[in-house]
Design a protein around this ligand. Structure first.
Ligand code: ADP
Ligand code: MG
Length: 251
């Protein structure tokens, strides 16, 4: 169980989190939604301790994460953030970084589960292609899939996912959704969603506004409540209908 208690986080005089509380049972999938700048990514970044909060605490299995040794915390949490960077080495090594003791077969399987087969097929050297070398270009969505493969290989019990804000194309988005499924199966998941396309099956939706958690619950409960989330959902369904009406590919 992850217990998040009264988190306060400021960057200089910008108060980004103003007392955030939530908890996640093992195996639950939590989705965080809210406008840009509301503190979603900050909330997620505190779990792997990219930085610490000024006040409040996060406990995993009853233990404050500040008293868990860094390598142990890293074993518990896999994360994929919005704009992952790859290092200048082969795709193989970029994925294997998730678990350095993994075999080539395990690396290939993680790549497959993360929907990377078409990326590998683009290059004559496949998974041994060196990133950043001549003629090797990966889009943001492709880079995120490689990062997902790395996280799959790591096989940590807790997954923190920050969806990219924009994908170049809907096809990439669909592949990323499938890759997410490969990653999150059977895990405890906290996912920052920028679109509402994947929230309906979440165990808990946290709605953030200006550094505060304003609503939480399941999709149906929140729609019934007719508050902030219901408005977001209405907007979301309106835009998808608008797309349908204009024969734009529906996501
Ligand atoms: P969201 O993910 O909901 O869009 P963020 O958590 O990324 O929101 O950001 C919330 C606020 O915190 C924004 O005003 C942003 O500029 C600020 N912020 C986030 N990270 C940093 C940082 N490392 N340094 C300074 N300000 C930051
Ligand atoms: Mg964000």
């Amino acid at each position: 169980m992850i217990i998040v208690k009264d988190l306060h986080k400021s960057f200089e005089d910008n108060q980004v989190l103003k007392g955030v509380n939530y908890h996640i049972h093992p195996g639950e999938k939590i989705v965080v939604v809210g406008p840009s700048g509301s503190g979603k990514s900050t909330t997620a970044s505190l779990i792997p301790r990219f930085y610490d909060a000024q006040a409040g605490s996060i406990k995993i299995g009853g233990v404050d994460i500040r008293s868990i040794a860094h390598p142990d915390l890293m074993k518990m949490v896999a994360f994929v953030f919005q704009d992952p960077k790859l290092f200048k080495d082969s795709l193989f090594e970029n994925i294997r970084a998730g678990r350095p003791s993994a075999t080539r077969e395990e690396v290939m399987r993680a790549a497959h589960l993360a929907q990377c087969d078409d990326i590998l097929a683009k290059f004559p050297k496949g998974i041994d292609t060196v990133v950043g070398s001549k003629g090797v270009y990966l889009s943001g969505g492709e880079t995120q899939r490689i990062a997902i493969a790395r996280a799959i290989l790591k096989d940590a019990p807790i997954i923190v996912l920050d969806e990219a804000t924009a994908y170049a194309d809907p096809e990439n988005e669909q592949q990323i959704q499938q890759a997410f499924e490969g990653l999150t199966k059977g895990k405890t998941v906290i996912m920052i969603a920028h679109r509402l396309s994947t929230v309906q099956d979440a165990d808990q939706i946290l709605v953030m506004r200006q550094g505060e958690l304003v609503e939480s619950g399941r999709h149906n409960e929140l729609v019934k409540k007719n508050g902030e989330y219901a408005r977001m959902w209405e907007n979301y369904t309106k835009t998808t209908q608008w797309h349908i009406g204009n024969e734009v590919k529906v996501r």
